[in-house]
Ligand binder design. Structure first.
Ligand code: 13P
Ligand code: SF4
Length: 302
């Protein structure tokens, strides 16, 4: 059916292993947007969450973009409502608005540049030294960028419910039992977790790190779906997920990401819905800052 319909399945690293294995392409947020912008398919099935499917649609407006479960949202994107964000920008005039890709299309339409966790620091560094910035919506990623760049930044107070829930106590307990394990952390995590990290990076950067580093085990502070890809790339290494503060299952999963299943992917390709539709005016406004991100990233070799 995929071949008949000339469709491509793009999946995020937080999808379940079975989905990652049948996808045509697996990547982090930046790679998914780059792939959406350059492929010859007629239909994109975005196996991830809504802001990723919207970004694909904005970059490929002539293609049909399908999201297997329309309720696959994001707590971080939803923490930033357009009317509140517009007010925030108006109250802080003269600042360049940099928004994380984990935002809804309306927020992107209000922004000057988009970034992902892969390129956030270098996007901010690409601006002149004294340029004042508004960063939204993730306060942890914002603070991480602020510490790395020392820029004049005002940061929106949003968080990802998965990344802010990691238990430092459980992490240190894992480290005590696995002294040689390196702690690898996503920048959406809180400061106390970032402070004990051996490496901080986007999902793709974390995977690359485990490939190129010579340790034999890693304590992984991001959504547990990433471990599927890490194991595939490193058969001889051990990966230990950090549990959340309130843990019954022992690992951290994003309930929005996990709404997507193989069955839903099949059904959405069969029915060609749910389809992502974005109002033309919003789409055109949101496209500019994403293209700006892709251009800066290309120049910087991302
Ligand atoms: P990256 O894919 O940019 O690492 O972002 C992680 C994330 O939280 C996606 O929802
Ligand atoms: Fe959103 Fe967090 Fe889930 Fe990513 S992991 S989709 S940021 S809620």
């Amino acid at each position: 059916m995929k071949a008949e319909k000339n469709a491509i399945i793009l999946a995020h690293y937080y999808q379940t292993g079975d989905i990652q294995d049948i996808a045509d392409f697996v990547g982090d947020s930046l790679e998914l947007s780059q792939k959406a912008a350059s492929n010859s398919a007629d239909i994109i099935v975005l196996s991830g969450v809504k802001f990723m499917a919207e970004t694909a649609k904005i970059l490929a407006p002539d293609k049909k973009v399908l999201l297997p479960d329309i309720y696959a949202g994001c707590s971080l994107a939803d923490s930033c409502k357009p009317e509140d964000f517009k007010k925030f920008i108006d109250e802080n005039p003269g600042r360049t608005v940099i928004s994380y890709v984990n935002t809804n299309a309306e927020i992107k339409a209000l922004s000057d540049i988009i970034c992902t966790s892969s390129n956030a620091v270098s996007i901010v560094e690409s601006l002149p030294g004294d340029e004042k910035i508004i960063f939204a919506p993730d306060r942890n990623l914002g603070n991480y960028i602020l510490n790395r760049t020392g820029k004049d930044m005002i940061i929106w107070n949003g968080t990802c419910y998965v990344h802010e829930e990691f238990s430092l106590e459980a992490l240190l307990e894992l480290k005590k039992k696995n002294k040689d394990a390196k702690i690898i952390v996503h920048p959406e995590c809180e400061l106390q977790v970032r402070m004990v990290a051996d490496f901080i990076g986007s999902t793709a950067a974390m995977i690359d790190f485990t490939k190129n580093d010579n340790s034999k085990s890693y304590i992984v502070a991001t959504e547990a779906g990433i471990i599927h890809q890490m194991k595939k790339e490193n058969h001889d290494k051990k990966f230990l997920p950090v549990p959340p503060v309130d843990s019954t299952c022992g690992c951290s999963e994003c309930r929005f990401m996990k709404l997507i299943t193989i069955e839903k992917i099949y059904k959405c390709l069969l029915d060609e819905k749910p389809e992502i539709i974005i109002e033309k005016d919003i789409l055109l406004k949101a496209r500019k800052p994403i293209i700006r991100m892709l251009e800066i990233s290309e120049k910087q070799g991302f």
